[in-house]
Design a protein. Structure first.
Length: 236
């Protein structure tokens, strides 16, 4: 298996220039599947904190970079939507969030907001003992005592104990962001959910600042009104 990734074939969500070089770093296996961006790409190409994989390895060996509250020692660890990237020594904290066009970008947040992260529920099942296991968009499984959660809802998960600290139902009137497709990065309110019979994707109509748009259900995630962290202020 090749250790390299051609820039021209990376997912559209990756924040890399496609025509500057032939290859870029390939992500290791882990969260977010093939859409996960190697951590070194964020450190080198987005933030400019390192110039090479070697420098990234050294920084990670100092436990100076946290992902979702945990120190990471693999520079190719996949980073994806809604992950929290923290540099405690610099007092810098970022949330991975889609920009216009759906490319992954870093939104600066405050230290308190970095204690938890958002997850879209993509699976739900009962487990022995009566708890409900929720599977999030990045493959994380968490246990919840209550069963009022539904697929396509969003939850905010504490980075320390993995408990659910907030719940945002997927319903008409919910605030959502589009994470992919032609409207990636747009934020608006759900005005209609058109349920498609059979195995087709449901269609969601969203009222954004620049007017209504339609997209498939898989491309939207419910967020809180303070979630985008505008002006660096976040109230989660």
């Amino acid at each position: 298996m090749t250790k390299h990734q051609k820039r021209l074939s990376v997912p559209k969500s990756w924040p890399v220039e496609r025509k500057t070089n032939v290859f870029t770093v390939k992500a290791d296996s882990g969260p977010h599947g093939e859409d996960g961006v190697p951590l070194v790409v964020l450190l080198r190409d987005v933030l400019g904190y390192v110039d090479s994989k070697k420098e990234a390895r050294y920084a990670l060996s100092q436990d100076s970079i946290l992902i979702n509250g945990e120190p990471i020692n693999d520079e190719q660890r996949p980073i994806g939507m809604f992950d929290i990237v923290a540099f405690p020594g610099r007092e810098e904290y970022y949330r991975v969030f889609p920009d216009e066009g759906g490319r992954l970008a870093l939104t600066e947040i405050d230290a308190d907001a970095a204690d938890s992260r958002l997850g879209k529920i993509e699976g739900k099942r009962q487990v022995p003992g009566g708890d409900t296991q929720l599977t999030l968009h990045d493959g994380t499984n968490i246990l919840a005592e209550e069963s009022e959660y539904s697929t396509n809802d969003s939850v905010v998960v504490d980075n320390d104990d993995k408990s659910v600290v907030a719940h945002f139902p997927y319903e008409e009137g919910a605030l959502v962001t589009a994470i992919s497709g032609n409207h990636g990065g747009k934020i608006g309110e759900v005005t209609e959910i058109d349920v498609t019979p059979g195995s087709g994707s449901n269609i969601v109509t969203v009222d954004a600042d620049d007017g209504l748009f339609e997209t498939v259900e898989e491309y939207v995630v419910v967020i809180d009104e303070n979630f985008t962290g505008e002006d660096g202020d976040d109230d989660e």
